[in-house]
Design a protein around this ligand. Structure first.
Ligand code: DGI
Ligand code: FE
Ligand code: FE
Length: 192
């Protein structure tokens, strides 16, 4: 499938604001890929498709979780967690993307993971710092990520967990694994 064909599919799947977001994530991912010796074409594809499933109804996600015998714990969560983990399955079935590095970048773009390939790190960060993002600390996040991709991952992970706790949100276990590996494991007093 050409980039143009993929863009048409995404345009039909996503609301305009979300369609613009994924194109900004693509540009940011390409930039980060070049700076970090990551495959630029994979960064482009993963950036474009990372939110492919974001606008699907909850019933679609629940059906896939059950049909594919995914972890039933997933059913306790919602769109924020499903659109990555379950979205990757929809991408395989509907877009026929089979590259596991790209699929893992989609799976882990919201929660991160203890082990993330450089491509996964690029997509995790590009989604967080793309030029349309506006939140307290985004400029710091951009600066840290430009200096060091892995420091960017640690920065986002800490901010996100703090945000979830402050708002009494359900924390997906993978989010805690990411925190333990990337924040507590790096220079903290329990760290290596
Ligand atoms: O899809 P986007 O809006 O572009 O961005 P995203 O996929 O990174 O989603 C961000 C949202 O996901 C943000 O509101 C925080 C939320 N999130 C991240 N980790 C967790 C989480 N929500 C819950 N409930 N639990 C988590 O562990
Ligand atoms: Fe997302
Ligand atoms: Fe996104």
């Amino acid at each position: 499938m050409s980039r143009q064909e993929l863009l048409e599919i995404l345009r039909n799947h996503l609301r305009e604001a979300r369609f613009q977001h994924v194109q900004r994530v693509e540009s940011t991912a390409i930039e980060l890929a070049k700076q970090n010796n990551v495959n630029v074409e994979k960064a482009s594809i993963a950036g474009l498709i990372h939110d492919y499933a974001k606008q699907r109804p909850d019933t679609d996600f629940k059906m896939v979780i059950i049909k594919k015998k995914m972890d039933p714990e997933l059913l306790k969560y919602g769109n924020a967690i499903w659109h990555g983990f379950v979205g990757a399955e929809m991408i395989k079935d509907e877009l026929h993307v089979w590259d596991e590095d790209i699929l893992n970048a989609v799976r882990h773009h919201t929660t991160g993971a203890a082990l993330m390939s450089p491509l996964e790190q690029v997509i995790y960060m590009a989604d967080y710092i793309e030029p349309g993002r506006q939140f307290d600390g985004v400029d710091k996040a951009r600066k840290v990520t430009k200096a060091s991709l892995t420091d960017g991952v640690a920065f986002q992970t800490k901010q996100t967990l703090q945000y979830l706790i402050e708002n009494d949100r359900l924390v997906y276990p993978k989010t805690i694994e990411t925190y333990n590996a990337w924040v507590a494991g790096h220079g903290g007093k329990d760290g290596k």
